[in-house]
Write a protein that binds this ligand. Sequence first.
Ligand code: FAD
Length: 468
Amino acid sequence: KPVLLWLRRDLRLSDHPALTAAVQTGAPIIPVFIRDPLVDAMGRAPKWRLERALSHLQGNLEAVGSALIQRSGDALEELQKLVRETGAGAVYWSRDYTPASIKRDTRVKAALKDAGVEARSFKGFLLFEPPSVQTQQGSYYKVYSPFWRAVRNIHVEAILPRLAKLPAPDAWPVSEKLTDWGLGKAMNRGAAVIANHTAVGEQAAQDKLAAFLTNAVEGYKADRDFMAKPATSGLSEYLTYGEISARQIWHAGRRAMEEGASGAEHFLKELVWREFSYHLAYHTPHLLDRNWKDGWDDFPWGGEDAPHVKSWKMGRTGVPLVDAAMREMYITGKMHNRARMIAASYLTKHLMVDWKVGLNWFADCLTDWDPAANALGWQWVAGCGPDAAPFFRIFNPETQCAKFDPDGTYIHRWIAEGQPNPGATALSYFDAIPRGWGLCADGAYPDPVVGLKEGRERALQAYHATRG
Ligand code: FAD
């Protein structure tokens, strides 16, 4: 009886516990991806990136004698249909930890078991599963540093090898065509620009990791905040789709640490922020869509239609560092971590706009969109999140520029207007954005929509008025 391997955010063949367990049964394996409502709810850039990840995975599966069966609809119904069509006796998958995934998977597991089908989920997305990390009082962690201290010496299992051949069934069930799904369609012409900055798949992820270990891990701690430097790993989008496992990165980082690379421990600490974001999303699901701390619901943030939200989204606030950050996201699908903090601080403080407006825009534009990391990042900056920076600590884009982009390289890389010879990357913004925005490269750079001092004072006043 075949095993259905239900793939979701684990689009790889190496270090894949669910896949390895499926192979160990000796049964034929049928890899399946279901375009369910959770996939349909994704933003434009993540969907486009997912389409590319699936297409790549298809090729990788074919190379090991297998295939990827694609279906769309309710996950449980589609799995039940596939069980009937193939006579499968088991469904295996890797656990995901967002509240919506947990709800779906719990229902799927119970119904399959009721029907006499073996339903097993495996670790594979995280290093430390949320329920397994507890404070001494048996609770969860709300602060990062003790979380890090609790997990840093936990034994992480060894990496599982990549499988050279997967046992195939005698006949494959019918599959929908990925190209018919049109997952990337809504990206329109922006896709062609982002594609220049996106290498997809397992091998690309391994190459990124190797390049980071050779070139950047040593200086990671000192250089990671400099927005123009290639000083970070660039692995976030691969982790998002599971094209690399956190475990592969963890062990590589540990090895680098043991070999004396001075930035390696700091790198592992950042990797563990991802774990922390899932720890919190699991234990406090409102992290993803409501103010995490009590007492913030009456904060006078503006909504989607507040002044200058559109300018912020377009990268046209007239504050070069903020605009560079927003354009980097438009052009590449990613944004430097420090730039994310600065763009988020500007929106929630200088413009006094609700962090959820920014969260949703990032969820639409980032190819490394991750529901937990995105929410933790936004709530952290806005001041209402776990272990957050206090609201009154407002990033000043000019000071940040002086510190972390002292020669303006980052700004010039992304903003064309006003430059005598703008580079191709800065110019490509005009190809990436919707035509409806009506912008062209020889237009003028906008004046600031809000003065930095004025915006800061207004934010502080609102904070003191409502929060004392
Ligand atoms: P590296 O510095 O090389 O770090 C290695 C890995 O550690 C990353 O790939 C990532 O998986 C993890 N990591 C690093 N920093 C963080 C962090 N602060 N929180 C959680 N995980 C982290 N990250 C996402 O993956 N998806 C998002 O949607 C996302 N949205 C964010 C929104 C805001 C407002 C902020 C402030 C941060 C957000 N981050 C998000 C976290 C962080 O900015 C990115 O993970 C990082 O920039 C990715 O670049 P890198 O892979 O080169 O990171």
